[in-house]
Design a protein around this ligand. Structure first.
Ligand SMILES: NC(=O)c1ccc[n+]([C@@H]2O[C@H](COP(=O)([O-])OP(=O)(O)OC[C@H]3O[C@@H](n4cnc5c(N)ncnc54)[C@H](OP(=O)(O)O)[C@@H]3O)[C@@H](O)[C@H]2O)c1
Length: 215
């Protein structure tokens, strides 16, 4: 599959590497197609990935991954060009984090709305699926934990898009995918990121992920 990964941070790097290693063709998008961070990322990912602007990446892809700074994601989408997303599956890995000089981050939106819903509203002709936002980037591809693989939670309005994303998650080493239903499930998944961050600080270990115990 031809995949656009918008974002040159740690998540963009981890997911671009995951898609390339899984045999997909990846274009990584940045505001600046000549940015040193993009160049460095492409060197790390290898020949299966090329770089471009946000717009170039989306235009050449069948599936788009949003791995941009959470609060800036609507701006990144506008830069890419809203019509270019029409009909595409869009994986939203973002969290609307606000950082503070002291103390843990908070969410800029929550409870009765979410960034996932705002992205879907901005892209009415695309099929947005929230995924990957509840785990740290080092565990996004082939997560390895002594107790077995963690669970991944997803949500989105289009069942076909969620089936596509579930298949990708299986390829990435996530055998258990829990579908919360519509994109409004992002109201629950985005706060889980804060639970992940604060749990990491509480136990002094960020090699952590969530799992639903069953019996
Ligand atoms: N870090 C993690 O482990 C983790 C885990 C789960 C979810 N997340 C979420 O994943 C997303 C990416 O996180 P990250 O840590 O990899 O990177 P990040 O630093 O949050 O975002 C980097 C990307 O955002 C773009 N960006 C920044 N400001 C922008 C603006 N004003 N307009 C348009 N684009 C802008 C940058 O574009 P340029 O390339 O042009 O600089 C860059 O590609 C975030 O939403 C984060 O909350 C992170």
């Amino acid at each position: 599959m031809k995949v656009a990964v918008l974002g040159t941070g740690d998540v963009g790097r981890a997911l671009a590497l995951g898609f390339a290693t899984s045999g997909h063709t990846v274009t990584v998008g940045s505001r600046d197609r000549n940015s040193p961070q993009l160049r460095e990322l492409l060197e790390a990912v290898g020949p299966k990935a090329t770089g471009g602007t946000f717009a170039e990446a989306v235009a050449t892809s069948e599936l788009v991954v949003l791995a941009t700074h959470g609060v800036a994601t609507p701006e990144a989408i506008r830069i890419a060009g809203i019509p270019a997303f029409a009909g595409k599956v869009v994986i939203d890995a973002t969290n609307p984090l606000e950082f503070h000089p002291e103390g843990p981050p908070s969410l800029s939106v929550g409870h009765s709305d979410s960034l996932g819903e705002r992205i879907q509203a901005l892209l009415p002709d695309a099929k947005v699926v929230k995924a990957f936002n509840i785990v740290g980037n080092p565990s996004m591809f082939r997560p390895e934990f002594p107790g077995g693989p963690p669970d991944m939670w997803i949500c989105g309005n289009d069942s076909g898009a969620k089936a596509t994303v579930t298949g990708i998650l299986h390829e990435f080493g996530w055998p258990s995918v829990i579908d919360l239903g519509g994109i409004d499930g992002a109201r629950l998944l985005e706060p889980l990121c804060l639970l992940w961050v604060r749990s990491g600080f509480a136990i002094g270990n960020f090699n952590i992920a969530f799992r639903l115990l069953r019996k």
